[in-house]
Design a protein around this ligand. Structure first.
Ligand SMILES: [Zn+2]
Ligand SMILES: [Zn+2]
Length: 113
């Protein structure tokens, strides 16, 4: 691992163990047994690259009628290679959040008016 990390307790930088669990790496210092967490570097699950951008993505729900409303947002990581088109779309619409690729479908009973 070419990560610049060291123990917050004793500054040990070599004798460290870590395992990844989701978005977090749990680290243990082999010198003083101190444990701590650090965020994992997100990686693209398609190409394995780590050139990702954090993007605010809207959470959209269909409210009454045919109106789509933004009910929240989440941070997603997009790959500059695999998601180039989506990133371009996002940057063009800033500061608006990225809209989901698939919007909730409008039921047939709502299509009439
Ligand atoms: Zn230590
Ligand atoms: Zn990728």
């Amino acid at each position: 691992m070419a990560l610049n990390i060291c123990c917050p307790e004793c500054d040990e930088a070599e004798n460290l163990r870590g395992y990844r669990e989701g978005e977090v790496i749990h680290l243990t210092c082999g010198a003083c047994d101190r444990t701590w967490d650090r965020p994992a570097t997100p990686r693209c699950d398609r190409c394995g690259g780590d050139d990702l951008q954090a993007v605010v993505k809207a959470i959209v729900e269909r409210s009454r009628g045919t109106q789509l409303s933004i009910v929240g947002s989440q941070t997603v990581h997009l790959c500059t290679d695999c998601d180039a088109d989506t990133l371009e779309r996002y940057h063009r619409n800033r500061p608006n959040p990225l809209m989901p690729d698939e919007l909730p479908t409008v039921g047939p009973e709502q299509m009439e008016n």
